[in-house]
Design a protein around this ligand. Structure first.
Ligand SMILES: Cc1cc2nc3c(=O)[nH]c(=O)nc-3n(C[C@H](O)[C@H](O)[C@H](O)COP(=O)(O)OP(=O)(O)OC[C@H]3O[C@@H](n4cnc5c(N)ncnc54)[C@H](O)[C@@H]3O)c2cc1C
Length: 401
């Protein structure tokens, strides 16, 4: 059998398929090294969101890679979104989570599902980081079972009235006293009929509730409860048509899961760098740790899983259409695998470093705490397992495609 005459396809780089992606990767490397890394430990300890750094990311165009150019974005694809989340998470997953909530859950969601007026009024400011956005899906009594959400939207003449409470909202505040600026809120008109609404700071009845302090990880992102108490909104604050919210939610969850998976890959990369360096420097029984077979197992298995997760995540990103739905199988598979690979890599890194791994200054204990969230947020492992089994049973032919 003769081979293909044109072998230029071999130079295809899954991680940076175009010169624009390569340039973005380079800017991210510089930004992370010079501006993200120096502040990461301090903001984790203080449980503080770094708003000036967020605005700086906006200035560099890193909050708007996927937004259309007419609203100040770069008009790039899901690969670019993964690049941003992965790179930030190699250093500061908490900050990365805030960027993801703003960039994907709020701005990208609005870009795909919002009206021209909504987009013109908010996306240019979201692109620069002048406003901080988020998404309100989870409620105190409803998480995985999201279609049972209870936040109510009542139509009264030319207005909707919103009542309910959302919780665990990333960017719900920028600090303990300051509400985030703008949110997409999922609410029901009647049980099971969900619509999406745009709610901005300053509307009467909309306020910060409980501020979640003392989180296990992701402490550099601010997590809050948000209360909607008779919030009156004009009809124009609805996204799309009445009852379209479930579709908005499902579509946005796909890119959310993919980018969260990208964060786990970033965490795994950093953990590997730390454990490989340490295993060469530290000696026990007269030889570097890397000479011990059990240490080799931690390093080698973490690397193999990291490579597998990274390849899967970028392959799913390459195929993902940011405006479509129906890509849940791939997005769930990427997050299910990458989240666990990221957590295992962080665990292995602590083990390789022994007591030092347990100490804050060696970074991996922070990454270990942060890695856990990715098995819960944006869909738990169990939710991914259920979705995958359901979707594959419905379309078994998908397995070999
Ligand atoms: C730091 C942080 C940031 C977050 N940011 C946001 C945000 O910005 N916006 C937002 O809307 N939400 C946010 N969330 C919420 C997050 O998406 C939810 O926590 C997650 O979806 C799980 O919901 P839950 O916590 O209510 O758990 P539950 O749904 O109550 O689940 C509890 C356990 O039961 C399991 N379980 C539930 N149902 C089933 C089932 N049918 N079969 C098998 N097992 C099941 C779950 O997998 C889990 O193990 C955030 C959460 C955290 C911790």
């Amino acid at each position: 059998m003769s081979g293909p005459s044109d072998s230029s396809w071999r130079s295809f780089d899954l991680l940076a398929p175009t010169p624009e992606h390569a340039l973005l990767a380079e800017s991210l490397r510089e930004f992370v090294k010079r501006e993200v890394e120096p502040q990461a430990a301090e903001h984790d300890r203080a449980e503080r969101f770094n708003l000036p750094l967020f605005r700086r990311a906006g200035e560099l165009g890193l909050l708007s890679v996927t937004l259309p150019e007419e609203y100040g974005g770069a008009g790039m694809d899901a690969v670019a979104a993964v690049q941003v989340c992965e790179a930030l998470a190699t250093s500061d997953p908490g900050f990365a989570l805030s960027v993801l909530a703003h960039m994907i859950l709020f701005a990208q969601n609005l870009a795909v599902n919002g009206s021209e007026l909504q987009k013109t009024s908010l996306l240019p400011r979201a692109a620069t980081g002048a406003i901080v956005g988020g998404l309100c899906m989870t409620e105190p009594g409803v998480g995985t079972d999201v279609l049972a959400l209870r936040t109510r939207a009542r139509r009264e003449g030319a207005e909707y009235v919103l009542d309910g409470t959302k919780t665990f909202i990333t960017n719900g505040g920028t600090d303990e006293h300051t509400l985030g600026d703008a949110f997409i809120v999922y609410a029901t008109l009647e049980p099971g009929r969900i619509s999406s609404f745009l709610v901005e700071k300053g509307v009467p009845g909309f306020r910060l509730g409980q501020k979640w302090k003392n989180k296990l990880g992701m402490r550099a992102s601010f997590t809050a409860e948000l209360v909607f108490d008779g919030v009156r909104l004009p009809l124009a604050s609805r996204l799309g048509e009445e009852g379209e919210g479930t579709r908005h939610m499902m579509r946005n969850l796909e890119i959310e899961r993919l980018t969260l998976a990208g964060m786990s890959v970033g965490i795994a990369q950093r953990c590997l760098e730390v454990m490989v360096a340490y295993a060469s420097e530290r000696k026990s029984f007269g030889v570097p740790l890397r000479e011990h077979g059990q240490i080799q197992r931690y390093i080698a298995e973490s690397f193999a899983e990291y490579r597998a997760a990274r390849t899967l995540v970028y392959d799913v990103a390459r195929r993902m259409d940011l405006t479509a739905t129906g890509q849940r199988i791939d997005a769930d598979a990427a997050k299910l695998f990458a989240a666990q690979a990221g957590k295992r890599a962080a665990d292995a890194a602590i083990q390789v470093l022994g007591g030092y791994g347990y100490m804050g200054e060696y970074v991996v204990e922070r990454l270990w705490r942060d890695a856990k969230l990715l098995e819960i947020g944006g869909g738990t492992l169990e939710a991914h397992q259920k979705n995958l089994t359901k979707d594959l049973s419905r379309d078994p032919g998908r397995i070999g495609r």
